[in-house]
Design a protein around this ligand. Structure first.
Ligand code: SAM
Length: 265
């Protein structure tokens, strides 16, 4: 029996699956792929695992440059949409598997490149997923984690998470900035690189993409407008777009690239 949080994830991503890659609502997820791939540095012999890979945006981008890639995800509708797109794109080396990030359905050391993007903030035990990623990565392989990250100030982080949860109740909490590299190190991995970037996002499309309930969307708008009027900080740094009317806000994305020791099994 799925627990209440698993139900929330399934409901949220079953709803979002058909429009997950709709460029009118969300260009950030596809336009950021080159930035991710720059850090991942795929190799032709790589056997990749995309943890909580959704529709496989990253897997499908990676597929032409690697031997094989598997996207594992817990939401059947996301997997179905990913398979459909992989078929259309005639990608024969991408597979989709149903499973959970916290208990990956793969043997230890099965992959040379294990990555996840925009998923840890949906997990109740994100550290467990990082431990699992390290387990399934072969000695000498790479583990790459990219996610939204919160302010290192817990009070601001709580306000940021409140906005994210209003938008999508399946959001749990963003790892604080710098926490992911620490988890990777605690798993015995060597962290080679940590980079971040600020991303400016339009509020209306961000809410529409998650199909945010009307009253919750109104609360987000109210909080952002109140902050712009000199009220309490949301932590999201809202501002007006170049049209002087639309609302925008900032997210911070962090990527960590780690490797397993070649002689550790
Ligand atoms: C925001 S989407 C990101 C999808 C993809 N990684 C990307 O960057 O395009 C989050 C995904 O995490 C999946 N997910 C959430 N919790 C999960 C879990 N515990 N195990 C596996 N997948 C999970 C959801 O089904 C959804 O497809």
């Amino acid at each position: 029996m799925p627990n209440p949080h698993e139900e929330r994830i399934r409901a949220a991503f079953t709803r979002q699956a058909p429009t997950f890659e709709d460029a009118r609502l969300n260009i950030a997820f596809t336009s950021s792929v080159p930035w991710l791939l720059d850090h991942v540095t795929p190799e032709a012999a790589d056997v990749g695992l995309d943890v909580a890979g959704g529709t496989g945006i990253v897997s499908r981008a990676l597929a032409p440059g690697v031997a094989r890639v598997i996207a594992v995800d817990s939401t059947p509708a996301m997997i179905a949409e990913g398979r459909r797109r992989a078929d259309v794109e005639e990608l024969a080396n991408v597979d989709f598997v149903r499973g959970t990030a916290e208990a990956l359905p793969f043997a230890s050391a099965a992959f040379t490149l294990v990555f996840t993007r925009f998923a840890l903030h949906h997990l109740t035990d994100p550290r467990r997923a990082v431990v699992e990623m390290a387990r399934v990565c072969r000695p000498g392989g790479r583990v790459v984690v990219m996610d939204l990250v919160a302010s290192a100030d817990p009070e601001i982080a709580e306000r940021q998470d409140r906005m994210e949860r209003l938008r999508d109740p399946s959001h749990v909490r963003m790892p604080p900035r710098g926490m992911i590299p620490q988890w990777l190190q605690e798993c015995g991995l060597v962290v080679d690189r940590v980079a971040d970037r600020e991303v400016d996002r339009p509020v209306r499309q961000w809410l529409e993409q998650a199909m945010t309930e009307e009253s919750a969307a109104a609360q987000v708008h109210e909080a952002f407008e109140a902050e712009l009027g000199g009220g309490a900080e949301t932590g999201m740094r809202p501002h007006r777009g170049t049209d002087g009317v639309s609302l925008w806000f900032h997210q911070l994305w962090e990527i960590s690239v780690a490797r397993t020791h070649p002689d550790v099994s």
